[in-house]
Ligand binder design. Structure first.
Ligand code: NAP
Length: 501
């Protein structure tokens, strides 16, 4: 991996869309402020809206005022705005691609970007196959290894199920080599998610404990306090499994569970992640699926102020779409045999929290005699806080002061906010610079995407053929449906309460 991002033009399909304005433009501007963009760089936006370069720059400035961590000052913005260009047209129109080709050549000449291209599909997933075909037909893709390079960045969702994911991957593979494809999972851009590997492999003390001998179970929670934020049409088609689990949470699980890679090379890491996906225990029929999953949909809050999912705009008043899921997952390999991984995620929960809990086994024998002391000894927990209050903490037993032997649980805490100066980089900053460097470790490879769908698709199918009888089954603002608590209680375990310090 070269450390310097290479000269290139970022060709952004969907340049007026929500993702560009909310995430990509702020990330690019932050990189500009940090001096981390390539020395020779430009952005060429493409969308339907008829805009001149100047109008596009104004639109992007408005986006930065709304979504950058701090509003841009004039000098900073003007220097950045010189990199921004725009071409209007419909993706189905071949002449758009002729014009883009001409614009790219002009930009190469002006900005010394050397013919290197980063195509970013920041638009509706239904347009991906068309865009890939148009790029090929306009001879904009260089499949040869080396320079000038052509890379394709693809936003989730990568399909709706296994069959559609394979079809999309085949369409991309007809035009691009797999190592030219950068599938974005913005969770992998988060510092705290990347820290899972650093914590495991930059410390000698954790890895010897990281197995079925010492770990009782793992919890992965991504709780959102927000609802669907006006995206009813999208959510009705997607649901919680495809929106959160197939991609983000299985990616997190793979980082927690993977074997040590041979190196930090992209494929060395991705090989080990794919092994985890291949080891996920498969389901034997619908009963098996229903026994290890709990699904939920939020109703209105107990105080009546927050509407239920079925009352959101563009949502069917009888919708069976789940907004919450809890899963019990096993990884059938030597390291993890018998260790349940519990995953839960949902909307409109009591607290917004994303964290991984490594729950160690209980002590084998209590020395301290009295029942009331022994029963208070909580097993150790290593807590990886992904957001908010990003950091790591370790819960362990200590003697409470006093004449009697009494054990209390204490926490050793590290937080990014107090240990490091400055704001955390935005996830898309890292993903954009890695794609400019040609370093693909933080991007999902074809095999892992398909393996994840192979695991998730039977759940989707079982849920579709066994509609929920009890929706809505949790109140907005609560900790989720009781079935999620039962899932752990059956194994004598409990979820860590949301938002516990
Ligand atoms: N929004 C987010 O925060 C977010 C987060 C994660 C992932 N994503 C993913 O990112 C992708 C884009 O989402 P989004 O929310 O940005 O969508 P969006 O707001 O609907 O934006 C779509 C963009 O594509 C353009 N476009 C659509 N059809 C076109 C066509 N036929 N020809 C030319 N331009 C066309 C639109 O341009 P016009 O306005 O000119 O029509 C607009 O710029 C999706 O795959 C989504 O799943 C989004």
């Amino acid at each position: 991996m070269s450390s310097q991002p290479e000269p290139c033009v970022l060709l952004l399909f969907g340049a007026t869309g929500d993702l560009t304005r909310r995430k990509l433009l702020p990330a690019l501007f932050q990189l500009h402020l940090r001096g981390q963009l390539p020395q020779h760089f430009a952005v060429l936006g493409a969308s339907r809206q008829p805009l001149s370069n100047e109008q596009f720059r104004t639109l992007m400035r408005q986006a930065c005022i709304a979504f950058c961590p701090a509003p841009p000052d004039d000098a900073q913005w003007n220097a950045f705005a010189e990199y921004l260009y725009y071409e209007a047209g419909h993706f189905s129109d071949p002449t758009l691609f002729q014009r883009l080709n001409m614009a790219l050549r002009d930009i190469d000449h002006r900005h010394h970007t050397r013919g290197n291209r980063l195509f970013y599909l920041a638009t509706l997933p239904s347009s991906y196959p068309l865009l890939v075909k148009q790029l090929r037909d306009a001879e904009m893709v260089n499949r040869a290894i080396g320079h000038p390079f052509t890379r394709l960045m693809v936003e989730k969702p990568f399909g709706r199920d296994l069959a559609s994911a394979i079809a999309l991957n085949d369409e991309i593979a007809a035009v691009f080599r797999e190592d030219q494809v950068y599938r974005i999972d913005h969770y992998l851009g988060k510092e705290t998610v990347q820290n899972i590997l650093v914590l495991r492999f930059a410390n000698a003390i954790f890895e010897p404990l990281w197995n079925r001998i010492h770990i009782d179970h793992v919890q992965i929670t991504a709780a959102e306090s927000l609802g669907i934020e006006g995206r009813g049409a999208y959510y009705e088609e997607t649901g919680v499994l495809s929106d959160m689990v197939q991609n983000h949470l299985l990616q997190v699980l793979s980082l927690v569970a993977m074997e040590p890679p041979l190196s930090f090379d992209a494929d060395a890491i991705r090989d080990k992640k794919t092994e985890v996906f291949k080891s996920l225990r498969r389901f034997y029929g619908a009963e098996d699926v229903l026994a290890v999953t709990a699904r939920g949909q939020y109703g209105q809050s107990l105080d009546g102020h927050v509407p239920g999912y079925r009352n959101e705009p563009l949502v069917d008043p009888q919708s069976p779409v789940p907004t919450f899921v809890a899963l019990k997952v096993f990884i059938d390999n030597w390291r993890w045999q018998g260790v349940p991984f519990y995953i839960r995620t949902g909307k409109r929960l009591a607290q917004a929290t994303t964290e991984v809990i490594i729950a160690f086994r209980q002590i084998p024998f209590c020395l301290f005699g009295q029942d009331q002391v022994c029963s208070r000894i909580a097993p150790n927990q290593l807590i990886l806080r992904i957001q908010p209050h990003e950091g790591v903490s370790l819960a362990f037993g200590v003697k409470a002061p006093g004449a009697e032997t009494s054990v209390d649980s204490a926490h050793m805490r590290f937080t990014y906010g107090t240990h490091f100066d400055g704001a955390m980089p935005l996830p898309y900053e890292r993903l954009l610079t890695d794609s400019m460097r040609g370093y693909a470790a933080l991007f999902a490879r074809r095999d892992s995407v398909e393996e994840a769908w192979r695991f998730i698709t039977p759940i989707l199918e079982t849920w579709a053929s066994h509609p929920p009888a009890d929706f809505p089954n949790y109140a907005a603002g609560s900790e989720g449906p009781t079935s999620a608590f039962d899932l752990l209680a059956r194994g004598g375990r409990a979820w860590r309460p949301l938002g516990e310090g």
